[in-house]
Unconditional design. Structure first.
Length: 523
């Protein structure tokens, strides 16, 4: 309990510095009572004892209790929690004085330095606390932060990838990141995590913020929940004070529970409503949908109003397979949506020598030349139908729910093949260049790590690859591109660069100011 007493003496209030909402009549040294107290869900484990701090009442080193000045009183002060106090506790002098079972009490502060400490269990918890003494009366609303997921406009802080050096490993993939990011790349040995390279699918980074305080929240997917593969990655390498790891949902996972299927638009305005942190979007596949508990939690945050995209035409069924947003200072809205177009792929391939050899595709896909791809009428018919029946309708949804027009979109050549084990749905034939990782430096420089398409001969380098040249001619000019070899360990295993990497980002915007209009009446 010593740490609680230390907080009483040392913490500075994290609520905004605003005039009092009450009518204080104390002495000149009384602290100002804020109009509102903002806090964070106390779901991390500051003393790292394996129990989240809300459940570990009075945990040592807990720094997620938020001080509320208690003006000087010559006698007792009546305190009352109103609204919904279910997930709120109030401390004074090292003891809980108000909670869900004790909503009213009378206290006598030890001295003029006494402050109340408010603790929240969840997101957007709201209530109010009234303080009444013989010469003071005020009511202060209490509100905890919403959980906010990251988008590509936010500055990046760290990149994550799995590492498997040696023959048959992914050294070239990891080195591609390392050469650009240096110490900002965190790797973990693949052999310690069951050969599971899909770090994007396992975790999603989010943040909780109030003035002067930040907590990172790692959403841990239900895709692995039995201690194998990447199940313990977040707990082993990411969890620490002010970094919480949490899972919503359980049971049998579908592919839609992987987080290559959970993305966020840049800041947008839709139907006159400004979304300063973007909108969450995720896919619904032929074999399932995002687990209901997580979907409900994300919707309950309100500030990123999720929408759903039909991804049932794809085998893996993730939104990152055929679309992604990239920053673009020259664009009307500051970004572009990159979107897959199979017609453009055929139009491009038809400009090439049909006898051009593509040896990578012989063993991986059964095509040894460009001509063999072009002459495969079944493949062409499939891509035409996938575009018309899958990609085009999905784009209509995205354009409506993100308020996009054609000037906001760059169509990128992409080619897919039908696979029999996925209900006849599609996988990338040419490595999915849209399935890229965007790393935005603090100075605004944007790096794109993209799958090398290997549409060239064995003795040729990336500078000779016509598909790389074509894609670079289409991308925003300010984008720094890096073409990574993901063929063996990712592409042939039904994923690409984005699937095999993950990015921590710096929170932006102030939800208590810029996002207040999205909250409506607090719950």
């Amino acid at each position: 309990m010593a740490s609680i007493l230390g907080l009483l003496l040392g913490l500075v209030a994290c609520a905004p510095d605003k005039p009092s909402s009450g009518t204080p009549q104390g002495g000149p040294d009384d602290p100002a009572v804020p109009d509102e107290l903002l806090g964070l869900a106390n779901i991390d484990d500051d003393d790292m004892n394996g129990v989240i701090d809300w459940d570990d009442v009075g945990a040592p080193d807990d720094n997620d209790l938020f001080p509320l000045p208690l003006p000087t009183a010559d006698g007792p002060v009546e305190l009352q929690l109103t609204g919904d106090p279910t997930d709120i506790r109030v401390w004074l002098d090292g003891a809980v004085v108000l909670d869900a079972t004790t909503t009213e009490t009378t206290v006598e502060p030890a001295d003029a330095s006494s402050v109340l400490l408010v603790e929240f269990a969840g997101f957007l918890d709201s209530a109010a606390i009234s303080m009444v003494s013989d010469h003071f009366e005020a009511t202060v609303p209490l509100l905890s932060a919403p959980l906010i997921l990251n988008n590509h406009h936010q500055a990046s802080e760290q990149e994550l990838a799995m590492s498997a050096p040696g023959a048959g490993g992914n050294t070239a993939f990891v080195t591609g990141f390392q050469d650009v990011l240096g110490d900002d790349l965190l790797t973990a040995p693949l052999n310690r995590y069951g050969g599971d390279v899909w770090i994007q699918d396992e975790i999603e980074f989010a943040t909780l913020t109030v003035p002067d305080h930040r907590m990172d929240v790692v959403i841990d997917s239900i895709r692995t929940n039995d201690g194998t593969a990447l199940d313990k990655f977040a707990e082993n390498l990411l969890q620490e004070p002010d970094v919480a790891v949490a899972t919503w949902g359980g049971g049998m996972a579908s592919s839609q529970d992987s987080f290559g299927n959970l993305e966020v638009t840049p800041p947008i305005t839709v139907d006159g409503v400004v979304y300063p942190y973007g909108r969450i979007y995720y896919g619904q596949g032929y074999d399932g949908h995002l687990t209901a508990k997580l979907a409900t939690m994300l919707a309950d945050q309100r500030v990123q109003s999720p929408f759903v995209v039909d991804t049932s035409f794809m085998c893996v069924g993730h939104v990152d397979e055929f679309m992604t947003f990239v920053p673009d200072d020259t664009a009307p809205k500051g970004f572009r949506l990159l979107y897959a177009d199979t017609g453009l792929a055929y139009a491009f391939l038809e400009t090439l020598d049909p006898g051009m050899e593509i040896p990578k595709y012989q063993s991986g896909h059964g095509y040894s030349t460009i001509g063999e791809i072009l002459d495969d009428e079944t493949l062409r018919d499939y891509n035409e139908s996938l575009q018309a029946d899958g990609l085009d309708p999905a784009l209509v949804t995205v354009m409506q729910d993100a308020n996009l027009d054609l000037d906001d979109i760059i169509f990128i050549p992409a080619l897919f093949e039908r696979v029999g084990w996925c209900n006849g749905t599609g996988l990338s034939l040419i490595p999915g260049t849209i399935n890229m990782t965007i790393y935005t430096q603090p100075d605004g420089e944007v790096h794109a790590f993209i799958a090398d398409p290997f549409l060239r001969g064995t003795d040729q380098g990336q500078e000779d690859d016509p598909f790389i040249a074509e894609i670079e001619s289409l991308l925003p000019k300010g984008l720094h591109t890096h073409w990574l070899d993901d063929w063996q360990n990712y592409h042939l295993m039904m994923g690409e660069v984005h699937c095999g990497s993950n990015t921590r980002r710096t929170p932006t915007a102030t939800w208590w100011d810029e996002g207040r209009h999205l909250l409506g009446a607090t719950p």
